[in-house]
Design a protein. Structure first.
Length: 186
């Protein structure tokens, strides 16, 4: 996806062009990085998303990246059969407090690590550490080690077990030093 002579070639493209070929998790990650690379990139994306050429899942994903969840949902619902789009749809629904709807969208949570993490995010927001731990055990083989440690930390935090939560967040960061959620919770 990147030019070997320039590892930032992908990120230098306008963000909306990145989703033109395919929608997968790698492309979505590049899209997010590109959108926030510079203020100019962000402005280009904001202009594009409100223009006449923006439509469908591409527009929905752009709205999701921009945090415009209410606007993103109808666009993402049109292509929720794509697991990446479904995951973003579930995250938007989650942000809007529509947790039951978000759960129903995650049809591949048992095999897709991103959807599994989103399912745990939904359970985390419900505030039941026992259900969160049960789901964590059920999906342990699907999640990344960093996400598993993070959600273990969230369950400890909900139980007011500060030392255990800190240890779990430290474990998440040992697996992924850039795990933003674990960094934030610490």
């Amino acid at each position: 996806m990147t030019d070997l002579g320039n590892p930032n070639a992908t990120l230098d493209r306008p963000p909306m062009e990145l989703l033109a070929d395919r929608i997968d998790y790698e492309t979505l990650s590049d899209f997010r990085k590109s959108a926030f690379r510079t203020m100019q990139q962000l402005e280009r994306l904001r202009d594009w998303v409100d223009g006449p050429e923006a439509s469908g899942a591409r527009r929905g994903l752009a709205l999701w990246v921009l945090g415009r969840h209410k606007d993103a949902v109808p666009e993402l619902q049109k292509e929720a059969n794509n697991p990446v789009v479904a995951n973003c749809l579930a995250r938007s629904l989650c942000e809007l407090g529509r947790l039951d709807e978000a759960e129903k969208v995650l049809t591949q949570a048992g095999s897709d690590p991103h959807q599994a993490a989103t399912m745990l995010e939904i359970l985390d927001r419900r505030g039941d550490p026992d259900k969160l731990l049960a789901a964590l055990e059920k999906n342990a083989g699907v999640l990344t080690p960093a996400d598993a440690a993070y959600y273990r930390g969230r369950a400890h935090e909900q139980r007011f077990e500060a030392e255990a939560a800190i240890a779990a967040y430290d474990d998440a960061l040992r697996h992924d030093p850039t795990h933003t959620q674990a960094l934030f919770r610490l």
